[in-house]
Each structure stands twice: as C-alpha cells, then as structure tokens.
Design a protein around this ligand. Structure first.
Ligand code: DGJ
Length: 730
C-alpha cells in the first residue's frame, strides 16, 4: 500500500511487514526517512537530526544556517559534487565539462499495477498484486530529469526500484554513473553478506562487519559472474536464520555491476547498487532517456529465512516466465559428462533409451553437435548440424528420441564464435576487439558483438533454422568466457562506454525474441555453470545451471548460498557419476539424488553404465521427485544448518504452505567412529499438529519436532543421507 501525505510531501510504502518512507524536504531534497519493520501512521523524518558539521557544506538555499548539509542527511537518490561526499547515485558530465548532479523534487505519479521497463527484465504484477509510484526529480541547471520508480508487492514485502534519466535540455549530456538503488541508513552497526566464489564454486556466503570507508563487490567481466553475485544483504550483527533485521538487495542485471556500502563519518551507511561504472558512459542527446536496471529489496525482522522465502515466492510468481506455468517440468538427462564431444547419434539414443526406462522425460544434447565442433577450439558460430556426427541431422535424431516418449533439448552458445568457424572467416569484424590489438581468447573462443543488431539478427536466423527443423522443447543457452577487448565497430569513439550495457541489452533482446516466437520452449541459462545466475537472466531463462561442479558435497555449499535469494526451482542440479568428474570425490548415489532433487532435477551420466541396483535406485529417485515436485519446488524453504559452519551435516526442509507436509533433507559429512548422538530441530511446522514420518510409525508433535528435535539416524560411511516426508494427521 502506498500512502501519500500531500501536505507533508511524504510517501509511505507499506508492505505486509515492512515500511519504507521518503519525504521531500523544505529545500525539495528527497530524503530517505526509514526502511525497516512495519510502522503505521507516522512521519519518520523526526528521526533525522541535523547540526553544524564542519567540512560538510550547506546548500545555498539554507542561507546563513549551517545546520543542514547534503553530506549528513539520508538521501533517497544521492547527488554528486554539490555537497554530499558519500557515494553518489548519479554522475553527469554536462556540456560545460562539469561532473555534478543536483536533484530536487518536482512531483509524483501513482498507479495500480507494476511498471515495466523498456528492453530490461523486471518483476511483473497486475492491479491488485502491485502498485507503482514514480517520483520525479530535476537538475534545473543541467536540464535533466530523473524518475525514481517504485513497485510495491505487499504480500512478499518486495519493493522494486528502477531509475530513468531524461535529457530535457538542448545539448548533449553524458551519464557516467547511474545507480539503480541508493539506500541510506542512520546506522552502520550492521554486517554485510555477499555471495562469492569462482568457476566450479559459486555463491559462497561471506559475512563481515561493516567498517569505515567503502566495501564493495562487483563484476567487470561482462557477465554478473561466478566471482560475486548481484545479491547482497545487510543485517544486524546478531541476525541469523530466524531472528534479527536483515535487508536483501538484488539487481536484475546480467552484466557488469557494483554493490557498495559506505560507512559515513557520523555512523550512517549507504548501499549503492547498479551497473558498474567501469567503462560505462552513456550519451544522452536532447530528448533521450536512459533506464537503469531494476533492483529489488526485501526487509525481514525475522532473520534470513523469512527474507529468502519472500524472495522465492516473489521470483516464482512475478519474475519467472516459465512455459510450464504451474505444471511439473520434465526430469532431464544431459549427455555432457557422459560423452563430452565424443558421441554419435546411436550413443545419444542409447543414453536416452536407458533414461526413458527409468522415468526420465527430456533428453538434452549438449555441446558438440554442430559445425566442426569436435573439441572446444572450433565450430562456435556455425549453428548447422554436423552431419558426419549426426547423419540425417535433427530431422532423423529427434523422432528417435520422441519415439522413446521423451522430449528433446539442445545446447547452444549464441554469443560466441571460434576463429576456426565459417562465421568468423566470413565476418571477423563481428567480434568484440580493439583495433590494433589481438583480442584475448577465453576457452579458445571470441565474443560476438551482441551490441550490434545485425550480428544478433544473423545469429537469430541460424537459431531459428535449428529450432524450426525439429520438435525442440528445451534450449540450454551457454556462455563460456568473460568479455575482454570491449569495443564495437558499430559505435563512434564517444559511445564506446555504452558497449558493455548494449551487449547485455542485446542478449536480453535475443532471449525476448525466443520467448515471443517459441513460447513453449523452456530455456535453461548457463555460463560455465553459474557465472550468470541473476534475476535478469531468470526473467528469460526460468532455470539456470547452478554450477559446473556436480559433486554433491560441493553442491551443498553452492545451492545453500544460492538459496538466500533464488528459489530451488531455478537451480539446475544433476546427479552425475563417481568419482566426480570435477573433484574426484566418491559420494553415495542417495546423497547425490537428495541434493539434486532440491533443484531443477536431472542426470548427467550414461545411465547404461549403471548396475541394476543403481538403476533401481535412480528409478525410485525420479519417482520421488515427481511425487514430491510441488513440495520441493513450491514449498517454503528452511535452511536447518549451514555447510559453511557445520561439517557434520547439512540439512534443509521444504514445507507446504498449509504446514501440513514437509520434506526433510539431510546429508552427513565424513564419517567418524562413535559419532555424537544428534537431534535435528525442524522448522516451519504447526506446533499444534501431529505428524507421521514416511507414512508409518508413531506420531510426532510439531511442537516437539521444532523445539526438541528428531534424532538423526546413526549410519556409518561418508556422506550418508536421509530424506523424510512428514505429513500431519488429523
Ligand atoms: C559449460 C557448461 O556449464 C557445461 O554444462 C557444458 O554445457 C559445457 N559448457 C559445454 O561446452
């Protein structure tokens, strides 16, 4: 609910459990007065104290008063070079060469439903689900307007933000920095939590106290990256899964980003999030506008668990555009780890046949089916079937897969090209490269200039030819290197600072065309695993391959970190062989199954090589996943332990919305002789109900299961695991 107090120029955004408040003050400066647990009927601007602070300048409107400074007051969208020395939200280069921005309130618009953004991903919601507030600011001297967009989704405690900058003058201005979110706090006694890692180990949680100065994470790799995720949190020092105030901020963007927190001189702090300023400079000709990507905030005063569950629900219901809607998505088998590049049509069909017999429903043909692609040094860009490998092409292969009553999916890496390809030989100028320099290779490949429409059009036509040649139900859209040598032959020198962002817009454009022209195809995002796992991609690809590391124990960490923002249904997760291909670890099939089931589930192995007992276990896993799909994918997610803190076991739970059913998942660590006797305290149950475990045995009270716990079975051997289904009995 958005409440306007016109007389006091006060905007109060209420969600079910939180309040966010903004006020235009006497100098038309837009103040941020509060964000936190819900407070009704109040003007919180009284919390903002002022006083004379040396070296904090006073705006000229303040006259001789020294008690007001932009350097001290909490601002809704911070300015630049005119008195606030903390992190700016915007930096303009004006025609006279000045780098200043001074924004003052000019008005607002309010409307039902959620705003959308041109060419960019955004949460969606109709009237009754969301409301939109637009606050207008203006820099009178620069003749630039800034519109701050707010989307309020009451039930999920979700507040989205976006920013539009419009050049209303008659001269060109340049935008050097444009944050999507600025969030000022009158406190700095908080922890910052970020999700970091590398290829094969993404989104590991890191927590540390805020300290003086600026602390930040970000990416200048052209993708949101394996290294830092565009989701960060701030929280009370003692906040945990179930208690304390915490704030989440997620950027719906798949390219360079920065999330920075600055602790100010008077124990305040400011979070800024947006496109990374590295090599970003956008030219705005008279009348032109720039839209910064959306950011989405959730505050919880019941710890991280509640915040995550709110994000999960909001993302599932108002960000994903899943062709399956509420229907169950198929269990898949992917041939990558089974064959790598070395396969024939018969080999693929044999993997599919074994999988179909175990209840698997979608066969995905991974890399290596096109051009001269027999290893990773050639072929990218030539999206025609390699008929030596697959005689008869997809026209022959797909019906053989469909005859097994399976759907067919295909891998593509549209943004890339190998020098050893017909595409590169014909259009060497289509790659990102700086004239006079030889571009760096990554995985032996170069990056196509997706900022160019002609390049995208060509690739799209190639993709269409493939998609129209057979009945294709799924695409895995991969991206296997970071961007370097970012320069576009299609733009003049003064616009080269636009290429990184135009590249991302180009990726979104092609994905949107696919979504429009092939609405029934499920697209799984991938970037060498989880190098582009962000809310921007999720708008186009409702699931993303979580990591190239398929080891169940490493995955516990990766999926744990990912779960802080992103729901289980978005995390591509497969059972693979042991010893694991990435780290050589041997884990039981059961632990691999339980771990992957809390994800978009599948297998990544040649099931024909399994023993009869393993096949039977896999058949049961697939059956369990199908039977528990609703609970696994749409249940409320509870983290019961952290794989970063507790090596003895990792446990998590999915609870049905009515709290009558839950699935408890536990994977133990390395085995020890005479292990301690442990109990596991469950969460999210109804204390008044009695639950039966796996349909047999005695009843257990919800209250006891949550307060006292349930004894963990004692099993010998490394990485033993359990999955219990609890159902309330009337
Ligand atoms: C990286 C992906 O993450 C893998 O799953 C696989 O698709 C390879 N690329 C193929 O080159």
């Amino acid at each position: 609910m958005i409440i306007l107090d016109q007389e006091n120029r006060l905007f109060t955004l209420h969600t079910a459990n939180t309040t966010y408040q903004i006020k235009a003050d006497r100098y038309n400066v837009l103040l941020h007065t509060y964000y936190g647990p819900r407070l009704d009927n109040c003007d919180l601007s009284g919390l903002i104290q002022s006083g004379d602070r040396s070296f904090s300048p006073n705006p000229s409107e303040a006259g001789s008063s020294r008690n007001y400074s932009l350097d001290v007051v909490p601002q809704e969208y911070s300015t630049c070079g005119v008195g606030d020395f903390r992190l700016p939200s915007i930096e303009l280069e004006l025609p006279n060469g000045s780098h200043t921005a001074d924004l003052r309130y000019t008005g607002y618009r309010l409307r039902p439903g959620k705003y959308s953004l041109p060419e960019l991903p955004a949460f969606y919601g109709i009237q009754g689900e969301a409301e939109t507030l637009v606050i207008s600011l203006e820099d009178a001297a620069a003749q630039v307007s800034v519109e701050l967009y707010y989307g309020v989704f009451e039930v999920f405690d979700l507040i989205t933000r976006a920013v539009r900058v419009i050049n209303r003058g008659e001269e060109t201005v340049r935008l050097c920095w444009c944050a999507s979110l600025c969030l000022d706090f009158l406190r700095s006694d908080m922890d910052m939590i970020t999700f970091n890692g590398h290829h094969l180990m993404e989104r590991c949680l890191d927590r540390g106290q805020l300290r003086s100065g600026i602390q930040s994470v970000g990416s200048v790799r052209g993708a949101s990256s394996h290294q830092h995720n565009p989701f960060v949190m701030l929280c009370d020092h003692d906040a945990d899964e179930d208690s304390g105030v915490c704030y989440g901020a997620m950027l719906l963007y798949s390219g360079n980003f920065e999330a920075a927190v600055e602790c100010g001189q008077y124990e305040s702090s400011r979070l800024i999030m947006g496109i990374h300023p590295y090599h970003f400079c956008w030219t705005l000709a008279p009348g032109e506008a720039f839209t910064a990507p959306e950011a989405a905030m959730i505050c919880s005063d019941n710890g991280f668990g509640q915040m995550s569950r709110q994000y999960h629900q909001a993302i599932r219901g108002h960000l994903l555009r899943d062709p399956y809607g509420g229907r169950r998505k198929p269990v898949l088998v992917n041939n990558w780890e089974a064959t790598y590049f070395d396969f024939t049509a018969d080999k693929l069909v044999s993997i599919a046949r074994e999988a179909a017999a175990l209840g698997i429903e979608l066969f995905v043909m991974d890399d290596g089916w096109f051009g001269s692609r027999n290893d990773d040094n050639s072929g990218l860009g030539d999206w025609q079937v390699n008929r030596e490998k697959l005689p008869g092409g997809l026209e022959a292969l797909v019906p053989r897969i469909k005859a097994l009553r399976m759907k067919f999916g295909i891998w593509m890496e549209p943004e890339m090209v190998n020098e050893d390809s017909n595409l590169y030989r014909t259009h060497p100028d289509w790659v990102l490269h700086v004239p006079g320099r030889l571009p760096a290779r990554g995985r032996g490949q170069l990056v196509l200039d997706f900022s160019r429409k002609d390049v995208r059009d060509y690739i799209y036509e190639q993709m269409r030819a493939v998609l129209d040649s057979a009945d294709i139900a799924y695409i895995k859209w991969d991206m296997n290197r970071s961007l370097t040598d970012v320069w576009s032959a299609a733009l003049p020198a003064q616009r080269q600072g636009e290429v990184y962002h135009r590249y991302v817009l180009g990726v979104y454009d092609l994905l949107e065309r696919l979504h429009r022209d092939y609405p029934d195809i499920l697209i799984e995002g991938c970037c060498g695993g989880g190098g582009r796992f962000d809310g921007g991609m999720l708008y186009y690809t409702p699931q993303i391959w979580c990591s190239d590391d398929t080891d169940a124990i490493d995955r516990l960490r990766i999926q744990y970190g990912t779960s802080f923002c992103y729901p289980v249904c978005t995390m591509g997760a497969h059972v693979s062989v042991v010893p694991n291909e990435q780290n050589g670890r041997v884990t039981p099939l059961k632990a691999r199954g339980i771990t992957a089931m809390s994800g978009a589930f599948g297998y990544e192995m040649d099931l024909g090589k399994c023993t009869a007992a393993e096949k039977e276990e896999i058949r049961c896993q697939v059956e369990t996943y199908k039977a528990r799909y609703e609970l696994l994918h749409c249940g409320d997610y509870y983290r019961l332990s952290s794989p970063f803190q507790d090596s003895a076991y990792t446990a998590w739970e999915q609870v049905s919305p009515d709290r009558r059913e839950t699935l408890v998942n536990v994977v133990l660590g390395c085995t020890h002789a005479a292990p301690p006797f442990r109990t596991l305290r469950l969460k999210g149950l109804n204390p008044a109900l009695q639950y039966r475990i796996d349909g047999t045995g005695p009843l257990h009270s919800g209250e006891i299961l949550m307060q006292a716990g349930y004894p963990l079975p004692q099993i010998l051997g490394d990485y033993a695991s359990f999955q219990f289904h609890l159902e309330a009995i009337e």
